[in-house]
Design a protein around this ligand. Structure first.
Ligand code: PHE
Length: 428
């Protein structure tokens, strides 16, 4: 049974067929980890903001998590059938309001009201997702944006951007050739900009992001050395590469990847802002860029945090390890054993489908942070009846204490009951 309305941060929203925000997600909307100066997410945010202080940016950190479907998707040019809009991917309060899935939802208002040419936004964002050690339904992004007005600079526009590029502090990272597999046709330059404008805006964007990742990863090396590590990568220059990418609201677009401990990490999507976004923001005759970077994965690397759930724990043994302005390596306070339980079922008919994220959501609703991971370990379709069977393996494991068999059995029982009643499946 659904409530008739949901209240988040003092605002009340009527529910409808689209409503799928659960009480456990609702509770997380008031945590604001990014505003806590003594929390890894807040420490990382401060580290980046400090690097960009004085370079012409306004920092916005208090945007509320509830936005309109228009702000999150339409204003950015998402097609109406984009998978990100699905109820299985996004938390809706109702048909027209949702928990933002990315900080780009605020691009429009920032371009509209920002007193400086550039801005940074940091905020919590929400996506239905799998349950494992690197995924959590809430994570954090930092968005950056910058524009130049053609009207204001007139004939001096290109000189102005050029001098802004030169003003960006230099870094000594190595930029490698791009990842080759990409269809350039999907990533065109826009007609409303000249080749030279596109080139300079792109250069400014890339240099800015290079400065950001350089700062963050050099800091990670320094703290690893301080912690006594002598691994060879700590003395090698940082390597990055730019791969073309696609976003509905930027063109051309890229992703920066950073070589870190033997793999290319996808770090940050970005691009030259599409004309329609600027027009929707009431910004006339301007050109600019935007980027968005995820903070949680980077904070996990920097602080040596093995499980993303730790960010959300209220255990003092976690909190007391981190202080403002310091990157320290997390010392696990103890490990508690996990307990595995499987749940398997037949989906009622060929037409009906059960989406994996829906199962994740039920598990999350019942057991919350007592679950370390949920894996689909077996799925098959009966050759004659065409019926679909799925089996999920749930690992129950608390970050903070031992779980008893009885409580795990109880949770498992509740999950079985709910899966059966919500999806009308036949449990096996
Ligand atoms: N919002 C995008 C994401 O969540 C990142 C992005 C921001 C890309 C701004 C381009 C410009 O993946």
């Amino acid at each position: 049974t659904k409530p008739t309305s949901i209240t988040i941060q003092g605002q009340t929203y009527p529910t409808d067929d689209w409503t799928n925000v659960t009480p456990s997600i609702q509770n997380l909307t008031s945590r604001s980890l990014h505003l806590n100066d003594n929390h890894p997410i807040g420490i990382l945010r401060n580290l980046i903001e400090d690097r960009f202080e004085g370079l012409g940016y306004t920092f916005y950190n208090d945007f509320k998590p509830v936005v309109s479907t228009y702000e999150n998707f339409d204003s950015l040019g998402f097609p109406s059938d984009h998978p990100g809009r699905a109820k299985t991917d996004t938390y809706y309060l109702n048909e027209t309001t949702l928990l933002r899935t990315h900080t780009s939802a605020h691009e429009k208002e920032c371009f509209e009201m920002c007193p400086t040419e550039g801005y940074f936004i940091s905020a919590d964002v929400y996506r239905k997702d799998e349950i494992d050690r690197t995924h959590y339904p809430v994570f954090h992004q930092m968005e950056g944006g910058r524009i130049w007005s053609r009207e204001k600079y007139g004939d001096d526009l290109l000189t102005k951007i050029q001098s802004d590029i030169e003003a960006i502090p230099k870094t000594d990272l190595i930029v490698e050739d791009a990842h080759p597999a990409f269809d350039v046709l999907k990533n065109p330059k826009q007609d409303f900009m000249t080749d030279k404008e596109t080139e300079l805006v792109s250069q400014h964007l890339k240099k800015t992001i290079e400065l950001l990742v350089f700062k963050v990863f050099e800091e990670a090396k320094i703290s690893a050395k301080l912690a006594g590590s002598t691994e060879p990568y700590l003395n090698e220059p940082l390597r990055v590469r730019w791969s073309p990418d696609y976003f509905p609201w930027t063109a051309p677009s890229w992703e920066i990847e950073v070589w870190w401990k033997g793999t290319w990490l996808e770090c940050c999507g970005c691009g030259v802002v599409r004309e329609q976004v600027l027009t929707n923001s009431g910004v006339k005759d301007s050109i600019g860029w935007a980027f968005g970077i995820g903070l949680d994965r980077i904070a996990m690397l920097l602080f040596g945090i093995p499980d993303i759930r730790l960010f959300w724990t209220l255990d003092q043994r976690f909190a007391e390890q981190f202080q403002k302005g310091k990157i320290s390596t997390f010392k696990p306070y103890s490990k508690y054993p996990g307990t595995v339980r499987d749940i398997a079922f037949w989906v009622p008919s060929v037409e009906e489908k059960v989406h994996m994220n829906e199962i994740m959501e039920v598990v999350r609703g019942v057991a919350g942070d007592l679950v370390e991971s949920v894996k689909l370990i077996d799925e098959f379709t009966h050759p004659k009846s065409g019926r679909n069977s799925q089996c999920y393996r749930i690992n129950y494991q608390s970050m903070d204490r031992n779980l008893t068999n009885e409580e795990v059995n109880e949770l498992q029982e509740q999950i079985r009951d709910l899966v059966k009643s919500e999806f009308n499946v036949e449990l096996r």
